[in-house]
Design a protein around this ligand. Structure first.
Ligand code: KG4
Ligand code: ZN
Length: 346
């Protein structure tokens, strides 16, 4: 018989978000996230700055999470941390902290893959249309993971049974949003900035390339699209760079990204006979992507699962959830297990 869901404390520090969450059984008791605005001035994450900030924020978030959850360390069944992929100097902070807590409490440590956290997040209660309370309830699906560091299309056969169908050959989808936002003089992270402008823009004004749409595989490419935006922008004089032009560029760029992501995901779902599609990662906050994916899934008779936006961007709730399901299946990690900045999902 499957063990009941445990109480897990998880720490996520793979990039520039510091996060701590506590999950007990079906209840997400606390999910604290501290974002680092410092990187905006650089237009990207500075590893040294990120790790110093993790050191600063993580102990405070830990105390806040324990206080909010009303949980004592001795009540925690397992301590989890993201062990990769991510920035080495950032990963070390969360992993060291979780290992220390596990050793102190005499409980297991669980090293969790950040991508597996994203991938499982659509099944995370509360609020999931298909809540999973055991690993057996992770239904087969085709998963699109779109974040700042990754763009992956995965055939999910069950918990820990993942088959990569395709990935980006250059920039990740979120990275493309961030780079195009920088080109257009917008803030970081670029996704929400572009989405805001795109809402009032004309997405049909610029016919940006849909790279690799018909490549015959499930890979993606976004760097040509970014270059196309740069060239189109250069055709305008500085005084012509009106808010209207920026909005139209944002809307046209967003439309191109969404079209490729949705069409390839739907093709994969058809080829692999999936009746369920899941969408996760920071870029899945995009209403344009969520709406288009929902529309096409409805047309194709497929069920779509997405996490609420606060669980799409980096958070520790998804790490706690992945850890809880794996703990139930008997998974523990050695405290000697190292972080791996290039950790693969499969
Ligand atoms: O998953 P995440 O928080 O961190 C990584 O693991 O990378 O994803 C962050 C990425 C950033 O590139 C950000 O620009 C993008 O998600 N993003 C969005 C939106 N919100 C965040 N991209 C498009 N539209 C959005 N609304
Ligand atoms: Zn992420």
């Amino acid at each position: 018989m499957m063990k009941p869901m445990p109480t897990i404390l998880a720490i996520e520090t793979s990039c520039d978000e510091t996060a701590v969450a506590i999950l007990r059984g079906n209840d997400l008791l606390a999910s604290e996230v501290a974002s680092q605005a410092e990187h905006e001035a650089y237009g990207g994450v500075v590893p040294e700055v990120a790790s110093r900030n993790h050191l600063l924020h993580a102990p405070r978030l830990l105390e806040e999470a324990l206080g909010k959850a009303g949980v004592a360390l001795k009540e925690v069944d397992g301590f989890a941390a993201t062990s990769g992929p991510g920035l080495a100097s950032s990963l070390m902070i969360g992993a060291s902290m979780a290992k220390g807590l596990a050793l102190g409490a005499g409980r297991p440590y669980l090293a969790i893959n950040h991508l597996e956290g994203h991938l499982l997040s659509p099944f995370l209660w509360p609020g999931s249309a298909i809540p999973a309370t055991t690993s057996a309830e992770i239904k087969p699906n085709v998963a699109l993971i779109v974040s700042g560091g990754h763009t992956l299309l995965v055939e999910v056969r069950g918990l820990s049974d993942y088959h990569i169908l395709g990935r980006t050959v250059d920039d990740a989808a979120g990275e493309a949003f961030d780079k195009v936002a920088k080109l257009l003089g917008l803030g970081y992270p670029g996704g929400p900035e572009i989405e805001k402008r795109a809402a009032t823009g004309n997405g049909a004004r610029f016919d940006f390339p849909r790279s690799m749409l018909d490549s015959g595989d499930y890979n993606f490419s976004f760097s040509g699209l970014k270059t196309a935006v740069r060239y189109r922008l250069a055709e305008f004089q500085k005084d012509q760079a009106t808010p209207e032009l920026v909005s139209d560029m944002c809307a046209s760029f967003q439309r191109a990204v969404v079209e490729v992501l949705v069409k390839k995901t739907l093709r994969a779902a058809t080829e692999y006979g999936a009746s369920l599609v899941t969408l996760s990662g920071g870029v899945s906050c995009s209403e344009a992507l969520r709406n288009e994916m929902a529309e096409r899934c409805r047309e194709g008779g497929l069920r779509l699962l997405t996490a609420p936006p606060r669980l799409c961007t980096d958070n520790a709730a998804m790490i706690a959830f992945a850890a809880a399901l794996k703990f139930q299946s008997g998974f523990h990690s050695a405290v000697t297990e190292e972080i791996d900045p290039n950790l693969a999902l499969a």
